[in-house]
Write a protein that binds this ligand. Structure first.
Ligand code: UDX
Length: 458
């Protein structure tokens, strides 16, 4: 099998399927990335992925796009896992997927023999209906190359892995979803995923599910919608708890207690109920925006999704308001951002709340200093507004306020007394993740503001 695209999704897919026994060819158009991967280096921070790569090395090979035709002669299934960069309205852009689809068509039409038919599987998160578009583009490519007899089938196999736990999520998924109207495609993917679905591969990783992983088969549009609906639901769940958190601040309730109390109901579930600065990343913002854009395209309103996005935006503003309440003017105030990546265990800054907050703070005249155990270098290049330092206490030195933006262990474990000794009045901590021990922070002489943690949050 082959994979086009070696980002989080493509690489985790290729490496995990190689790990469970398949021979995998991975393609990327970035030659530097390909060269690094051949030496076992991954171009982003993802715990365990390098190890998985090393363990699968004999079965996993990397090449540039120029080898597409050669790879197509070898593989029966080709996954497309290229990026879908955000367009002006925040929704997913299809240009990379379209380019790859045309190139597959041209290669299929232009040289022989190929395994017949080729199964083209889309893993990139593309707007619902894109599978048909991909199919048209592959056909056009085949026609352009004059190879009308070349056959292919299309399937959608959305990816649900989370950054930071991509290895675990690929080997032990909650479900595998395949959408297609082709029996050949379904059979090929069933065989490919069998070791993961049956959990029959040998592994050092524990715990693994005791039962088989559900293999969900459906039509193309439903598979594509499952991905969007899953992410939009989770984003809405977080916005819901953030709305509750904001009400908690007015009535003196503690949102952590409330989340615990409602999460014990199986119908609600305890996960994704952490209130704070709101969701970010490369998926939730784009997927919610894409689903809203889909509604607009059909002249259909999506008030719940609109509200989920609006609540999320407001959480960022609440950080600024909490700072203003105790600092008053932010002009010339030094504000430390603790954690810059959009969540812990990744160096990804896409959709990171830190960048949004930093840009507002800078516009209000504050001096912003940022610390992140992993994403610091990337932030220094991307956000010249932020003075990046590589030690959390260095960030706190002389700061009037600090914002916990990302709940890295290094941030959770900060010594409040040491922080208090380094900070300048009013020594405010805005805990955007409710990650710190509020009592210990206050005891150390710092001013503490969380999110939804009773009257004192506000
Ligand atoms: C998400 C989906 O979880 C994954 O299934 C999909 O394939 C890709 O998108 P990811 O973007 O890696 O994964 O991050 P995730 O762990 O889901 O967190 C998303 C955002 O929500 C982060 O900004 C995180 O900080 C925030 N979040 C999460 C909260 O604010 N509160 C929570 O309770 C949980």
């Amino acid at each position: 099998m082959g994979v086009v695209g070696t980002g989080h999704v493509g690489l985790a897919t290729g490496a995990s399927l190689a790990y469970v026994g398949h021979r995998v060819r991975c393609l990327d158009n970035d030659q530097e990335r390909v060269a690094g991967l051949r030496e076992g280096r991954i171009p982003f921070y993802e715990p365990g992925l390098e190890e998985l790569l090393a363990k699968s090395a004999g079965r996993l090979r990397f090449a540039g796009y120029e080898r597409l035709a050669e790879v197509l002669r070898e593989v029966d299934v080709l996954f497309v896992a290229v990026g879908t960069p955000q367009g002006a309205d925040g929704s997913a852009g299809l240009s990379n997927v379209a380019d790859v689809a045309r190139a597959i068509g041209r290669s299929l039409g232009g040289s022989r023999p190929h395994k017949v038919p080729l199964i083209v599987v889309n893993k990139s998160t593309v707007p619902v209906g894109s599978a048909y578009y991909v199919s048209t583009l592959v056909s056009e490519g085949i026609e352009d190359a004059g190879g009308e007899s070349a056959e292919f089938r299309v399937a959608s196999n959305p990816e649900f892995l989370r950054e930071g736990s991509a290895v675990h999520d690929s080997l032990f998924p909650d479900r595998v979803v395949v959408g297609t109207d082709s029996k050949e495609a379904l059979d090929a993917l069933r065989i490919l995923y069998a070791p993961i679905v049956e959990q029959s591969f040998p592994t050092q990783w524990d715990p693994r599910p005791k039962v088989a992983v559900p293999f969900v088969t459906t039509d193309l549009a439903s598979a594509e919608m499952i991905k969007y609906a899953a992410n939009a639901f989770l984003a809405t769940k977080i916005s819901f708890i953030n709305e509750v958190a904001n009400l908690c601040e007015l009535v003196g309730a503690d949102v952590s207690e409330v989340a615990h109390g409602i999460g014990l109901d199986d119908r609600v579930g305890s996960r994704f109920l952490s209130a704070g600065i709101g969701w970010g990343g490369s998926c939730f913002p784009k997927d919610v925006a894409t689903l809203r854009a889909t509604g607009r395209a059909y002249d259909h309103e999506t008030p719940l999704l609109d509200a989920a996005a609006a609540v999320n935006e407001r959480q960022r503003t609440r950080v600024i308001h909490k700072l203003q309440r105790d600092l008053h003017s932010l002009e010339s105030k030094r504000v430390a951002l603790l954690g810059l990546s959009f969540k812990p265990n990744t160096d990804d800054l896409r959709g990171a709340p830190s960048l949004q907050v930093a840009s507002v703070l800078t516009s209000l005249g504050a001096r912003v200093v940022g610390y992140d155990p992993v994403a610091g270098k990337a932030a220094a290049m991307l956000a010249p507004d932020i003075q990046v330092v590589f030690d959390p206490y260095e960030a706190l030195r002389g700061a009037n306020a600090a914002v916990v933006v990302t709940e890295w262990e290094e941030v959770r474990g900060l010594d409040p007394k040491k922080a208090a000794a380094l900070m300048r009045e009013p020594k405010l901590i805005v805990d955007g993740r409710n990650a710190l021990d509020a009592a210990a922070v206050r005891e150390a002489g710092l001013l503490y503001r969380g999110f939804g943690r009773g009257y004192d949050s506000d």
